[in-house]
Design a protein around this ligand. Structure first.
Ligand SMILES: C[S@@+](CC[C@H](N)C(=O)[O-])C[C@H]1O[C@@H](n2cnc3c(N)ncnc32)[C@H](O)[C@@H]1O
Length: 299
């Protein structure tokens, strides 16, 4: 088997999240992912930020590309239990994930917005104490974070904070619990994905230097934390990725259409099913760590 760009030629970063295939399954997966990230980080608001914005009343927070808004609704519960008044606004290009407002806490609003479309709505400019971003690596091209950082910068009040929580989307660590348990199919699957991403120029090494990117962009008091994922969550992370990879079958051409494709849809489905078999024997796939970078807009 060879690996080449044509493995995932059908993958288009800019269209992936807006596609009709992203639905209740994607949203349910994001709820699992939220739990796993929280288990890793142990905080919603990074502690330095939480301390610094303690006097903001109400505390105004924007979550960019908020998905189903679970980070905001959990933040609502946390702030409410500490009697902190808040206005928590989520923005996402795909409103299919949103709960109806009748079921949202009163402090939380979710709105459809392509955060990269210009101009940004004027009522959002300079309004927020905190802008939060999480798991947005899939829309970053050529390690250019400036389009997203400039949105965060514009939305923040002078002195407001950015908090970006991210994992490397192009790194997967495959581990077998015992030498006699094979992980060969998981290794192959990860290799195919990595090669396809690389061929498309999608490399996420910027995640490890997120603080440098914030600093260079002009944020002040930049800090970065790296938290290793917990062993007891590895199985959960594995399930999370398997859900994504199962959906990727449509990116591979059926053998009947492209008999010479380096990997046909049928081969991917077969490889995926063998990889699942290995995970049922205890093999895990995870990304090692979650990075949080924070920075402050000048006053
Ligand atoms: C991996 S999900 C993360 C969701 C959420 N931040 C979380 O951690 O649960 C990526 C999200 O980015 C959203 N997204 C992608 N491109 C976007 C854009 N240009 N503007 C706004 N949202 C976008 C997708 O719809 C999706 O909900």
């Amino acid at each position: 088997m060879t690996t080449s760009s044509s493995h995932i030629d059908e993958y288009d970063q800019s269209k992936y999240w807006a596609a009709p295939a992203r639905n209740f399954r994607s949203s349910a997966r994001l709820r699992l992912q939220h739990l796993l990230v929280q288990n890793t980080l142990g905080y919603l608001l990074e502690p330095t930020i939480e301390k610094s914005v303690a006097n903001a009343k109400p505390l105004k927070v924007a979550d960019l590309a908020c998905g189903n808004g679970i980070w905001l609704t959990e933040l609502h519960s946390y702030l409410a239990s500490n009697n902190i008044p808040a206005q928590l606004d989520g923005f996402d290009v795909n409103p299919i994930y949103f709960s109806h407002e009748a079921y949202l806490p009163p402090t939380v609003s979710l709105k459809q917005l392509d955060i990269l479309a210009k101009p940004l709505p004027t009522e959002l400019i300079g309004v927020y104490d905190v802008v939060h971003i999480r798991a947005l690596g899939s829309i970053i091209s050529d390690a250019d974070l400036s389009p997203v950082l400039s949105v965060a910068f514009e939305l923040l009040k002078p002195g407001g904070y950015i908090q970006w929580d991210e994992s490397r989307g192009d790194r997967f660590v495959v581990e077998s619990p015992e030498p006699q348990i094979s992980k060969v199919h998981c290794d192959t699957l990860v290799h195919v994905l990595k090669a396809g991403l690389q061929a498309k120029g999608i490399v996420s090494d910027w995640v490890e230097n997120l603080d440098t990117h914030l600093d260079k962009f002009g944020f002040q008091n930049v800090r970065q934390h790296v938290q290793q994922k917990r062993k007891q969550d590895f199985k959960g992370w594995t399930e999370d990725y398997l859900m994504v990879w199962e959906e990727l079958a449509v990116l591979f051409p059926p053998r009947s259409k492209m008999p010479n494709a380096p990997m046909s849809r049928e081969e991917w489905v077969d490889l995926f099913s063998k990889a699942v078999g290995e995970t049922e024997q205890g093999v895990v796939v995870h990304q090692g760590m979650v990075v949080t970078a924070i920075g402050q807009k000048s006053t």
